[in-house]
Ligand binder design. Structure first.
Ligand code: MN
Length: 269
């Protein structure tokens, strides 16, 4: 016999599924135009992630809407290195685009929606398939703060195992709200979560810090793997990591201005 809890879960799943499949409901209300500065940073951040080699044709960046915390901005399904303001879609926390205008959303937008729902402090989210990070998701070797620029890893870099929620037959993608919720739960209070056999997610309190965390997740993984070849590694201790991390975030403009000039100079809209 089905329990009350299971019944409620089934009803919940059915409601969400029907809303998306049949679309009898009107589209979610728009929060209105975002701060133009936010849109500019989102476009530049996409270009930077591509220019810095953190994403290729795949991967994505989003930012929480400045007018409504239950809306976020993310490009349509496309290569981040080619994103322009016209590609940006407003999306609600169920992953439903507010104004799609025929544009296709990213399949894995639930990575973003469920992290925004679970973590009010997170204002921007990056998803990447960076090959340098993959080894730390498929072995028992944890990704750790090997140097000060990777200090945000001191808050942990847990590994999300999709088989624990989707079983052995998934296609590896975060294609449902339920999978997004499981990923957000694995992230916990960390800044970064690794996805076994897939990639990683980096977060930040704004677009610039999320992009910087994504860049140094990739660089830190490379440096740590190199150091481990030479012998036992001395990592930052928790105090060192906790002390330097906010200082790096506060000085993010030093990197951002350089990275932005390089990325936007190469790829004009
Ligand atoms: Mn992916």
């Amino acid at each position: 016999m089905i329990g009350r809890r299971e019944l409620l879960a089934l009803l919940g799943a059915g409601t969400a599924g029907a809303a998306w499949a049949a679309s009898p409901a009107p589209p979610p209300a728009s929060a209105g135009p975002p701060d133009p500065k936010l849109l500019d940073e989102l476009v530049a951040g996409n270009r930077i992630l591509a220019d810095q080699g953190v994403v290729d044709g795949f991967g994505h960046l989003s930012v929480r809407h400045d007018k409504r915390p239950d809306r976020f901005l993310i490009a349509r399904s496309m290569a981040p290195g080619l994103v322009t303001p016209a590609d940006v879609m407003e999306t609600d926390l169920d992953g439903v685009p507010v104004d799609p205008r025929g544009r296709t959303p990213y399949m894995e937008r639930f990575i973003h929606s469920e992290i925004y729902r679970a973590r009010p402090d997170v204002m921007a989210v990056v998803h990447s398939h960076s090959p340098a990070v993959i080894p730390f998701g498929v072995t028992k070797v944890p990704l750790r703060p090997v140097y000060h620029m990777a200090s945000f890893l001191g808050a942990g870099a847990p590994v999300f195992e999709i088989r624990e929620v989707a079983g052995p037959d998934s296609d590896m993608l975060i294609r449902t709200p339920a999978l997004g919720r499981a990923l957000a739960k694995a992230l916990g209070q960390a800044q970064v979560v690794l996805m076994r056999g897939h990639g990683f997610v980096a977060t930040g309190s704004n677009v610039k810090t999320a992009v910087m965390h994504a860049v140094y997740t990739e660089v830190g993984a490379r440096v740590q793997a190199e150091a481990m070849k030479l012998g036992p590694v001395t990592y930052l201790n928790p105090t060192e990591a906790a002390k330097i991390s906010p200082q790096n975030d506060a000085l993010v403009d030093k990197n951002w201005d350089l990275w932005r000039a390089r990325a936007m100079g190469k790829q004009q809209p």
